[in-house]
Each structure stands twice: as structure tokens, then as C-alpha cells.
Design a protein around this ligand. Structure first.
Ligand code: DAT
Ligand code: MG
Length: 151
């Protein structure tokens, strides 16, 4: 198993509802390592690039106006199989279909207010991290509890 980095965005609904700490806490308690973090407004142009794969979808315009509607928190998170581990913790796109215990199930009701983005593959994680962070914003540090999380 390889250590991977992935990109997580706490969307404007998560920020407005005061859920930053609760959601981030899940990743910390899981044993994942935060390697980058910031709060920003996503510019329209960057939102278009980030959601490029969906540009022909009917919901594209509402997706762009939602993600640019308020501040978001962006994180680089590292760990063994971090991309899949975090996608599982995030849950299915539609909060009504997401498994109990997942973030989207536990905090959300609708697909257009699903609280969180997480990269869906190692390749998109690399692209998305580069879209939102400069290389010097990624902090390399040693997890003090490493040997109690991994054997
Ligand atoms: P995910 O965020 O689970 O990777 P996705 O990449 O298919 O899902 O879609 C990106 C975002 O677009 C998703 O988080 C919410 C929105 N979205 C997806 N499908 C939608 C739909 N059927 N109606 C409205 N918004 C949708
Ligand atoms: Mg996606």
C-alpha cells in the first residue's frame, strides 16, 4: 500500500453550517495527516477548471454558483490509500443514498448541498492539489503517532 495525497474541499454549506471542525475531526481521528489547509473564495475560472468534467451537465451552472457562493476550506490530506479511504468516509454523491456513518449521509439532505468534495483518483488528486495549492503550501511533516496507526 502506498501513501497518497488527496484534495478535500469543505463546500460553502459546510462552512456556513459551522461543520468545519466536526468534519475535519473525522479525518484526524481516522489517522490521516493534514498536509495543507486554507480558506478561500473559489474564483469562477478555477471552479470551471475544477468541475470541467461536468461542463455539459444540466446542473453545471448551479454547481458553479454554489461552489463560488461563499468561502470554502481546502485541505491536502495524506495517508495509506487516502483517495479511496476518504471517498468512503465522504459517501455517495447524493446524501440520501450515502451510507449511515458517511459525512454526506450524516450531515446532508440534497445532492446540491453535499458539503464536501474529495478527489476520485490518484491522478485527479494530483491535478486538483496543483490547481488549489502551490508546491510550497504542501507541508511535509512526520506524524508523531505514525507507528500507532500503521504497523
Ligand atoms: P462527487 O462529488 O461525489 O465526486 P460528481 O463528481 O459526480 O460527484 O459531481 C460533482 C458535484 O456535482 C457533486 O458533488 C454535486 C454535483 N452533482 C452531481 N450530480 C448531480 C445531480 N444529479 N444534480 C445536481 N448536482 C449534482
Ligand atoms: Mg467527482
Amino acid at each position: 500500500m502506498e501513501s497518497e495525497k488527496t484534495l478535500v474541499i469543505l463546500k460553502p454549506d459546510a462552512v456556513q453550517r459551522g461543520l468545519i471542525g466536526k468534519i475535519l475531526n473525522r479525518f484526524e481521528e481516522k489517522g490521516l495527516k493534514i498536509v495543507a489547509m486554507k480558506m478561500i473564495f473559489v474564483e469562477k475560472e478555477k471552479a470551471h477548471r475544477h468541475y470541467e468534467a461536468h461542463k455539459k451537465k444540466l446542473f453545471f451552472n448551479s454547481l458553479i454558483s454554489f461552489i463560488t457562493s461563499g468561502p470554502v476550506c481546502i485541505f491536502g490530506i495524506e495517508g495509506e490509500d487516502a483517495v479511496d479511504v476518504i471517498r468512503t468516509m465522504v459517501g455517495e454523491t447524493d446524501p440520501k443514498k450515502a451510507q449511515p456513518g458517511s459525512i454526506r449521509h450524516d450531515f446532508g439532505m440534497q445532492v446540491g448541498r453535499n458539503l464536501i468534495h474529495a478527489s476520485d483518483s490518484v491522478e485527479s488528486a494530483e491535478k486538483e492539489i496543483n490547481l488549489f495549492f502551490r508546491p510550497e503550501e504542501i507541508v511535509e511533516w512526520k506524524h508523531n503517532q505514525y507507528c500507532w496507526i500503521y504497523e
